[in-house]
Design a protein around this ligand. Structure first.
Ligand code: HEM
Length: 221
């Protein structure tokens, strides 16, 4: 367990309503992104299948979030992926990227419509050039939960994401999802990677846009 304060209810008074100014290493992920040359390796009955994909990612700042004294700033994201061959969605994912300035904790929540969620975490400096986050099945702090069919047929033991920020403002990711596929002797490394270029700047978070923001965060006298 971490070194947590005794008072678990009192929230920090030092909250900046402007999330974009407090995202640490996640600032470079804010906005809307497009990548045309994604690469996927997924499990199929007769062996690994490789696919090329096109991806749009929208990441918008949310209002500062307090868990009692723990203060988080973050982005709400939506990943949508298609392939050149088919109109149907190839992969869809929603969640949050979160940053705790006090500790350098970075978290990504992952929800995919297979009936699967994960919370991945790692540590980073505010000016980090890369991020590495991990989730492991069975962990209660950075874990993975799956529907019983996936647990039976495609047990997901681990998830890892590595993000690299590039000097031109683009960024790339590599994800590795370790699947234990029923009937196969070795775990399967379901890998995805892409490089994203910004197509739109982020919008400001609701509190930063609100004309009453200074009143909401003012300390009572
Ligand atoms: C760019 C990201 C991703 C793409 C494009 C992608 C794509 C795919 C595809 C095409 C399949 C095979 C589907 C089928 O045969 O029905 C698959 C399987 C699977 N993926 Fe992903 N995936 C991505 C990321 C992830 C992530 C992040 C997770 C979980 C953390 C995940 C979990 C799974 C699981 C459990 C399966 C096996 C289920 C099955 O084949 O029915 N995937 N993925």
């Amino acid at each position: 367990m971490g070194d947590f304060p005794k008072d678990i209810f009192t929230e920090s008074a030092d909250v900046d309503p402007d999330t974009l100014a407090n995202l640490g290493p996640l600032r470079r992920l804010a906005g809307t992104w497009r990548g045309e040359k994604g690469q996927d390796i997924n499990p199929k009955a007769d062996g690994p299948e490789r696919r090329v994909f096109m991806e749009t990612i929208d990441m918008q700042p949310i209002d500062p979030q307090a868990n009692g004294p723990q203060l988080l700033y973050g982005l709400r994201y939506h990943v949508h992926i298609n392939t050149p061959e088919e109109a149907i969605t190839f992969h869809d994912q929603v969640g949050y990227w979160l940053w705790e300035p006090a500790t350098g904790l970075v978290m990504q929540t992952v929800a995919i419509p297979r009936g699967q969620v994960a919370l991945a975490s790692g540590l980073a400096a505010p000016n980090a050039g890369s991020l590495v986050l991990n989730a492991v099945r069975g962990a209660t702090d950075s874990g993975i939960c799956s529907t019983p069919f996936l647990e039976h047929a495609f047990r997901t033991d681990a998830y890892r994401i590595e993000v690299t920020f590039h000097p031109d403002g683009s960024w790339s990711y590599v994800t590795s999802t370790t699947l234990v596929v029923r009937g196969q002797a070795e775990p399967f490394d379901h890998r995805d990677e892409n490089r994203l270029t910004r197509i739109a700047e982020p919008r400001r978070n609701p509190l930063a846009l609100s004309p009453v923001a200074p009143m909401i965060i003012a300390t009572p006298t």
